[in-house]
Design a protein around this ligand. Structure first.
Ligand SMILES: [Mg+2]
Length: 247
């Protein structure tokens, strides 16, 4: 591979920068339902849960081809509509209950201890522009997780599907990230763990790609033909220098 200039690095969030294996969807949803109950929207949890997932799955099914992101608060208002409540996604009751989900989510996230130092090195020594591109229906959950681990300061742009309305692998969300960083695709490396969302999406956007994936996980999904493959994020500086100098 020929020598290339890398000026910008884009990271995926879940299972690339932050470990999510302690995420308990049920527990987060329970907090949502409790928050609603505190606002006198009282629905038994099992019924709430069932309708929530029916609606979530329907909304994603409808957006399968368009790759639009159906926002999280819309799921909640659609769920409540089923039980006879009429709210709008921006109503305080809804936002409070979404925040209850996010706050529980943030506490379940984990980070490898070397990550802040790695980001600091990339930003201050190597002078890369750094961005995040995440498929996440409720962006405060991602932003609060970055704050909890004091990582937000390393990012020049946070591009989250719940904010921008498009999901990876849509080219539109990758384009938004390049615009936010004032970077060219040819000078940008995307780092992620999903062969389809991250690697294929970024490759189709003409970026270089590095797949971060432990050997045991979803091996049958294939690798999406990244430029480099690493097992852990701490191998990133080495992989970047190989991309830079060729090998
Ligand atoms: Mg991921």
């Amino acid at each position: 591979m020929s020598k290339m200039q890398i000026k910008a690095i884009l990271f995926d969030f879940a299972d690339t920068l932050i470990r999510t294996e302690k995420f308990d969807y049920d527990l987060c949803l329970k907090k949502t339902q409790e928050s609603l109950a505190n606002d006198n929207v009282t629905i038994p949890y099992e019924e709430f849960r069932k309708i929530y997932f029916d609606i979530r799955n329907r909304l994603y099914k409808e957006a399968e081809d368009s790759l639009r992101e159906p926002e999280f608060c819309l799921r909640l208002t659609e769920t409540l509509k089923h039980f006879g409540y009429s709210f709008k996604p921006k109503d305080a009751v809804i936002v409070r209950s979404a925040d209850a989900f996010a706050d529980a989510f943030v506490q379940m996230m984990q980070m490898e201890p070397y990550v802040p130092k790695l980001l600091q090195q990339l930003k201050t020594e190597d002078k890369y522009k750094i961005g995040l591109v995440s498929n996440f229906a409720y962006s405060p959950a991602v932003k609060k997780t970055l704050e909890r681990f004091d990582l937000a300061k390393y990012f020049d742009a946070l591009i989250i599907s719940g904010d921008v309305g498009w999901r990876k692998p849509s080219l539109k969300i990758f384009k938004k990230a390049l615009q936010a960083l004032h970077a060219k695709a040819s000078e940008t490396v995307f780092i992620g763990d999903s062969p389809r969302h991250d690697i294929e999406g970024a490759k189709n956007s003409n970026m270089r790609t590095i797949l971060v994936k432990k050997a045991s996980i979803n091996e049958d999904e294939g690798f999406g033909n990244p430029d480099r493959r690493i097992l852990e994020l701490k191998e990133l500086p080495k992989a970047l220098s190989e991309l830079f100098y060729g090998s």
